[in-house]
Design a protein around this ligand. Structure first.
Ligand code: SAT
Ligand code: MN
Length: 601
């Protein structure tokens, strides 16, 4: 790493940064780096990092004629996804982490992971990465500092967060007011899966991550800070840190409704956030605006509504399946200045992945000549990292300091059977149950089996930094006099027929469901009651230009009482696992629905 500027022991002498300086010194003492570099976030710094990574092979240039400023990173083949079984929430009381988290006592966790950090940066540069999650001038934004020995992580953090001098200035300002920043310590270590841990210490606002360079394990601003630590802070301070995209839907009258939607990793959040409405909608003047594709921080505004910011500044999206059909906006965003991780390349060195187009790749994600016998050319969890500002539909309000007002919250997962295309919760408490009862087939975003249905409340199973029982209570607590809460909905784009084919066309056609959702919150759209919530009649969805027969659409909207009785038994069992801390109100909601289903028997 010769190209990085000379190390500086401290950035400034301001006493508000004393805590930061002390911590950096302490970490350097433990990890023994050859050099320390404080990141300023400048273009020049970024260019030097890219050059250094090109020189040592960390980054390979892609075809600069077709993809200027685009790079390929091939990760260690054993380091391609989040590792939930190695991710811990370390609270002093085990109960506070809940049955939804792996737990380790803080002292034991520190001792274990500090043992791994001991001397691990010898021969490497220690980067100090100050960052801000959320618009730099937003009172809702929060700062952190990640210390890492990975220039790839630094480059990704620069795209994914507001990183550098401005963040450091905010940290200093807030330090003077006694406001802490989140401390994240990261080393790629040896990339040995047996020497890998992602530890969270919410009581200390600290994260320690060792042995992985992959996205959610290593870009500590993302899942570790903006979800696990932030969810803990949010509960204490009365807001919500959620695994949700934020999308604005503008109607022909020019009014925009913002929707926040929680789907598990690799279930189409990026696609929905960047949706292009069907031709008929566009002709009438409907538009869709992208605010965020993964995380929403929501606060109660003075007007009683929920207001949301996207704490991130970029997209770390799943490449496979991204195409001119599924997501033209994402595709347009990643034609330049993008870091690709674990994609394949064509003979002329363009990035390629399954589902992109019918070209044949030349080299697979591991750098081998492509041979279908080796499996997919791109890793199924291959990613692109790109600045949100490159998205053609990036909302002009995405950087508003106060956020955007949320009209509807949508939960959803991959469910091949049973779960209708869309339904609406009766009220807030029922909506919290609908979120708590969410389930979805697992994807390649985390290591482990793919395609197994698991309960994933609010898509937060891997990301809630505390006991789910307390989390559900926190959600319920938003229902207060004077609040104007969003409607809560559940969607499922992934129903399959007997032949295993998807029944709903999805992508742009999901606009029809969004229109119904907005119609429900404005009082313009009708619905029929069912035991599980309110469903649209086939006639209340706009079918202009929809390539789907009426029979299939009706079956997508049907509620099957026998199947749902079975489902509610599983839900009762699942929420029962949260024991004493399960709010009685949630159990009452589940019992009420179960009784309504029984009455139909
Ligand atoms: O790997 S990440 O956590 O960054 C992406 C995801 O799983 O949602
Ligand atoms: Mn995610």
């Amino acid at each position: 790493m010769n190209a990085v500027p000379a190390a500086r022991a401290t950035p400034v002498n301001g006493s508000a940064l004393a805590a930061l300086n002390d911590w950096v010194a302490e970490v350097a003492e433990l990890t023994r780096p050859d050099a320390i570099h404080w990141c300023d976030g400048s273009d020049a710094e970024y260019q030097r990092l890219l050059e250094a990574m090109q020189a040592d092979g960390t980054l390979l240039p892609l075809n600069q004629d077709t993809h200027p400023g685009c790079w390929l990173h091939r990760s260690d083949p054993q380091d391609v996804a989040r590792v939930e079984h190695l991710t811990f929430v370390c609270t002093s009381a085990r109960e506070d982490a809940g049955p939804n988290n792996h737990w380790m006592a803080p002292d034991e966790a520190h001792a274990k992971i500090d043992g791994l950090f001991d001397g691990c940066m010898r021969g490497r540069t220690l980067y100090v990465v100050p960052y801000c999650m959320g618009p730099i001038d937003s009172p809702l934004a929060r700062c952190g500092v990640e210390i890492t020995d990975s220039p790839y992580v630094v480059a990704n953090m620069r795209i994914m967060t507001r990183m550098g001098a401005d963040a450091l200035a905010r940290i200093e300002r807030e330090g003077a007011q006694g406001k802490p920043f989140v401390k994240g310590l990261h080393s790629t270590g040896e990339l040995d899966p047996d020497r890998r841990f992602i530890m969270h210490f919410p009581e200390e606002l600290a994260i320690k991550s060792y042995g992985s360079g992959y996205g959610g394990n290593a870009l500590l601003g993302k899942k570790c800070h903006a979800l696990r630590i932030a969810s803990w802070q949010a509960r204490q301070e009365g807001w919500l840190a959620e695994h949700m995209l934020i999308v604005g839907v503008e109607n022909p009258q020019g009014e925009t409704h913002y929707i926040a939607a929680a789907f598990p990793s690799a279930c189409g959040k990026t696609n929905l956030a960047m949706l292009i409405p069907p031709e008929g909608y566009r002709a009438k003047g409907w538009k869709v605006w992208t605010v965020g594709d993964d995380i929403a921080w929501m606060h109660r505004g003075e007007d009683g509504r929920l207001w949301a910011i996207n704490p991130e500044a970029g997209f770390f999206g799943v490449a496979p399946g991204t195409s001119a059909k599924s997501n033209p906006n994402a595709l347009a965003s990643i034609q330049r200045d993008t870091i690709f991780t674990n994609v394949a390349v064509t003979a002329d060195n363009q990035p390629w992945w399954e589902g992109l187009d019918d070209r044949v790749p030349a080299i697979d994600w591991q750098g081998r000549p492509y041979d279908p016998a080796n499996g997919p050319a791109a890793h199924p969890n291959a990613r692109f990292t790109v600045s949100a500002s490159q998205c053609p539909t990036y909302s002009p309000h995405a950087e508003d300091a106060q956020g955007v007002p949320i009209s509807a919250i949508v939960f959803g997962g991959r469910r091949a059977s049973l779960v209708p295309l869309v339904f609406q919760a009766r009220d807030w408490a029922h909506g919290v149950l609908v979120g708590a009862a969410m389930a979805s087939e697992t994807t390649a975003a985390a290591t482990g089996k793919v395609g197994v249905v698991r309960r994933d409340p609010m898509a937060m199973k891997p990301f809630c930094g505390y006991h789910f029982g307390d989390y559900f209570s926190h959600w319920l607590s938003f229902d207060q006099p004077g609040s104007k809460l969003p409607g809560i909905f559940h969607v499922n784009w992934f129903r399959k027929d007997e032949e295993g084919r998807f029944m709903w066309p999805g992508f742009g056609d999901n606009m029809r469901v969004l229109e119904w959702i907005i119609g429900r919150v404005t009082g313009e759209a009708g619905a029929v009651e069912s035991a599980i919530g309110l469903v649209p009649e086939a006639s209340s969805l706009n079918r202009d230009g929809l390539d789907l027969d009426g029979q299939t659409l009706r079956s997508l909207l049907q509620v099957d009482p026998a199947g749902w009785r079975h489902e509610y038994k599983a839900i009762a069992e699942f929420i029962g696992e949260f024991g004493e801390r399960l709010p009685g109100k949630l159990k009452a909601e589940a019992d009420r629905t179960a009784r309504a289903l029984d009455a139909l028997a």
